[in-house]
Every structure is written in structure tokens, then in C-alpha cells.
Design a protein around this ligand. Structure first.
Ligand SMILES: Cc1cc2nc3c(=O)[nH]c(=O)nc-3n(C[C@H](O)[C@H](O)[C@H](O)COP(=O)(O)OP(=O)(O)OC[C@H]3O[C@@H](n4cnc5c(N)ncnc54)[C@H](O)[C@@H]3O)c2cc1C
Length: 408
């Protein structure tokens, strides 16, 4: 953009992570430009669970009060082995540890719309939608970012931009991560996950609003979301083998089969949401190269079991924005950004990867000895309040935030 002072920070990607970075920087008086290759407010089914630690952070930003009415407050989470209820945990056990001893079931697109509206009201934040970051480079005192944008008649043209820092919040297939040559270490599971939404009321079959169901043949996560408003829909996440048909009309038939296997009934389920996606466990080799920083899915990916991807991404965003603000205001040296990397990369590997890999193993465990151990552990936790609250401190990501805060 000619004749305009360059922003201090460019953010690539307007998912929840990029939006929070931009919102916090803008509010602190830092000039930001955010580029998104789409329209920011995607509506494909993705994250829907916001954990207590994240609710506290969103509350600090003034976001919680706006999203609570759009979601469902869920204090209870149930763990099953097949049809057998092993444990029912109440987040009320976390009173005193969090201001929000419950989970909010609120879809990611609602959160993004809310954040986008808030950030648009902040002077100093420039949003450029339909504008894709295609390359970046850096010098001692600046980053150079090349974007491709649709012209009036949809022909593409390129622009060059400059800033002091670039934040790559451009998701799993991050071009920023690729441009700075950072490896995305880990693996992709040899199966997909299917997400199926139905207005059928599983509460009538005794399910809570949040349920994890272990099954050696086909595990399930069953969560209620408010969707377009009450009464809401139940969303089932279920694995799909690579040889199961998942395209076009076949996907709908597969979704129906999954629901029927989970809870057989004489009639077809009404299906209002269905999609499938690959699942990976990966962490970027570093979250920083000079003036370029990574956060959210561009820095780490995990399975949806445990609902930690967006939550930990939001924790990255808050930490990164706080550190960048201090650096840009001259209150801290550039090394504060390395502390961000140490803290948040530690959480990605030691907490999120470890927990989500273990969650999947527990959900699909076929070894009878290990399966029994999982059952025994859950039963013990359910009966012992101290074990239950230690368990919830981990699943609610409160432990991970405290652990990170202790890293210098
Ligand atoms: C089915 C499903 C269920 C999930 N459930 C949960 C859950 O319950 N809880 C949870 O915590 N997580 C969950 N996740 C994970 C969660 O969706 C992601 O972790 C989250 O979206 C990450 O946010 P982000 O802002 O880092 O990236 P994204 O949301 O992917 O946003 C990236 C943005 O960058 C833009 N972009 C991409 N490339 C470029 C480019 N080159 N230039 C400019 N813009 C670009 C995209 O348009 C997009 O807007 C789930 C994921 C799936 C698929």
C-alpha cells in the first residue's frame, strides 16, 4: 500500500489465533496489518470446545461475555467404555483454580466472527481479506512480505509489504512456516476423522453434552453445540478408514452408517453437518526465525480428541502478543520472543502432543490389559475428588499455562 507508514506487525491468517494477536496488538497501540486469503469468517465445522483456561484469557480480553450467549455452558464431561459409563466429572471441582469452572461449547466460527467484529473497531488494525501471503524474507531490521490479491476483475496481482515482525498464523499448511524453512516434525495418522451433526437428542439416551466413548472398533466423541440456536445439534467425531467412501453423496451414507453403529435406531438420522479431515500430530522445529514467529496450527497440530488445538493456539496468541507488545514498546529486549518460543513449544510437545496422542490410544485401545488399566484409572479418578480435579486441571489446560509461566 503506497504512501502509508508500514505497520509494526504483519499477521498472516485471520483464524482465531491471528485475530487475537491483531486485537491485542491493536489495543496496545501497535499498528497491525492482517492478511487472510479468505473472508476470515469461515463456517466449516471445526473447534467447538473452549476450556476453562482459555475462557479466563478470553474474559480478560472482554470476549467471554460476548460468546457465552452464543454457546452452551457445560460443567459435566462423561467418559465411557462402549456403553459403560466409567466416569462423570464436574468442572465445579476447579472452583478456585479458574473463574470459569465449566467448558463453553461454542463453535470456532462464532468466536472468529466475534473477534473480527471487536478488532474491526480498533483503530490501527488493517484487515485485508482475499489476500494471500505467498512469500516472505527478512533483513536485520524488517520483514518483507509478498501478498497476492484479487484485482477488480478477479485477476491476481502482487504487492510487497514491510513490517518489523511477521506472525505466521496461517494454519496447518502455513506458507510462512515453509518460507522460513522450518520443519513440521511428527506424523499423520493413516485414517481420517469424520464429523457428523444431527438434531437427534442424545440426551434422551442418557448422554451428557460432552462425552468421550472408547471403543476398540470405532471410538466416538459426542458433543452438543448450539449451532444455529436452541435446541442445538449433537456433533459426533468418529474415525474413518481410508477405504471408507468420504466424497460426495457417499460421505452422507458413511455418516449415516457411523451414527447407526453408534446408536442404532429404526429410522435414519437427520444429518445437518458432515465433513472429514486428516489428522496429524506435528510440532514446528522452532516457533521463531529472526523476525518471523509462528503460532497456532502453523506451529502445532494434534488430533481433536481433547479439544486442544484451538485452545492451545489461543494461549500461543496471548503469550506472543504480550511479548511482542513489550518488545515493541521498548520494555523488554528481543529475547522475550525466544521466551515465547521456549514456553509455548514446551506446552505443544510436553502437554498437548502427549495428551492428545494418549487420548487417541485410550479411545481405540485393543490390548485388553491396557484397556482394563484405562478403565481402572478412570474409575479411580471418578471416585477420588483429588484425582478428579488433578485430571481436570490437565484437560482444562490450566496446568499447561502454569507450567509455561514457570519457564524463564
Ligand atoms: C473437526 C475439528 C474439530 C476441532 N475441534 C477442536 C476443539 O473442540 N477445540 C480445539 O481447541 N481445537 C479444535 N480443533 C482445532 C482447531 O480448529 C484449530 O486448532 C484452529 O482452527 C487453529 O486456529 P488458527 O488460527 O491457528 O488456524 P486456522 O483456524 O486454520 O486459521 C488460519 C487462517 O489463515 C488463513 N490463511 C491460510 N493460509 C494463508 C495465507 N497464505 N495467507 C493469508 N491467509 C492465510 C486461512 O484462510 C485461515 O483464516 C478442531 C479441528 C477440526 C478440524
Amino acid at each position: 500500500m503506497p504512501n502509508q507508514a508500514p505497520p509494526a506487525v504483519i499477521v498472516a491468517g485471520g483464524g482465531p489465533v491471528g485475530l487475537i494477536v491483531a486485537l491485542m496488538l491493536g489495543r496496545a497501540g501497535v499498528a497491525v496489518t492482517l492478511f487472510d486469503k479468505g473472508d476470515i469468517v469461515h463456517s466449516e465445522p471445526r473447534a467447538a470446545t473452549i476450556h476453562p483456561a482459555t475462557l479466563d484469557l478470553l474474559d480478560d480480553l472482554g470476549v467471554y461475555a460476548l460468546i457465552e450467549p452464543q454457546g452452551i455452558v457445560c460443567p459435566i464431561v462423561n467418559y465411557y467404555d462402549g456403553k459403560l459409563l466409567l466416569a462423570s466429572f464436574d468442572h465445579a471441582l476447579l472452583k478456585g483454580e479458574t473463574r470459569h469452572p465449566w467448558v463453553l461449547q461454542c463453535e470456532q466460527d462464532k468466536l472468529s466472527r466475534t473477534l473480527f467484529a471487536m478488532a474491526q473497531a480498533v483503530p490501527g488494525i488493517t484487515f485485508r481479506t482475499d489476500t494471500k501471503v505467498i512469500a516472505c524474507g527478512q533483513r536485520a531490521d524488517a520483514v518483507d512480505v509478498v501478498v497476492e490479491t484479487a484485482g477488480g476483475r478477479q485477476e491476481r496481482h502482487q504487492e510487497r509489504h514491510q513490517a518489523r515482525y511477521l506472525v505466521g498464523a496461517d494454519g496447518a499448511r502455513s506458507i510462512v512456516r515453509e518460507a522460513i524453512g522450518v520443519a513440521f516434525e511428527g506424523f499423520t495418522y493413516p485414517e481420517r476423522c469424520m464429523i457428523v451433526g444431527t438434531p437427534y437428542d442424545f440426551a434422551a439416551d442418557g448422554y451428557a453434552y460432552r462425552n468421550y466413548i472408547a471403543d476398540p472398533e470405532e471410538w466416538y466423541n459426542l458433543f452438543k453445540i448450539s449451532w444455529t440456536g436452541p435446541p442445538g445439534v449433537y456433533r459426533l467425531i468418529v474415525p474413518a478408514r481410508l477405504d471408507e467412501p468420504l466424497d460426495g453423496d457417499h460421505a452422507l451414507a458413511t455418516a449415516q452408517r457411523k451414527l447407526q453403529r453408534f446408536n442404532p435406531r429404526p429410522h435414519d438420522y437427520e444429518i445437518v453437518i458432515y465433513d472429514s479431515y486428516a489428522v496429524a500430530q506435528r510440532v514446528a522445529a522452532t516457533f521463531r526465525k529472526g523476525r518471523v514467529l509462528l503460532a497456532g496450527d502453523s506451529a502445532h497440530l494434534n488430533s481433536p480428541i481433547g479439544a486442544m488445538g484451538m485452545n492451545s493456539g489461543i494461549h500461543d496468541a496471548v503469550s506472543l502478543a504480550e511479548n511482542l507488545i513489550r518488545v515493541l514498546h521498548g520494555e523488554d529486549g528481543d529475547a522475550a520472543l525466544d521466551r515465547y518460543v521456549r514456553q509455548r513449544r514446551h506446552v505443544a510437545t510436553a502437554h498437548v502432543q502427549t495428551a492428545t496422542i494418549a487420548n487417541k490410544q485410550n479411545m481405540e485401545q485393543r490390548d485388553p490389559v491396557k484397556r482394563q488399566r484405562y478403565r481402572d484409572d478412570m474409575l479411580r479418578r471418578a471416585e477420588t475428588p483429588a484425582l478428579a480435579s488433578a485430571f481436570l486441571m490437565r484437560t482444562a489446560l490450566i496446568d499447561s499455562l502454569r507450567d509455561a509461566a514457570g519457564i524463564a
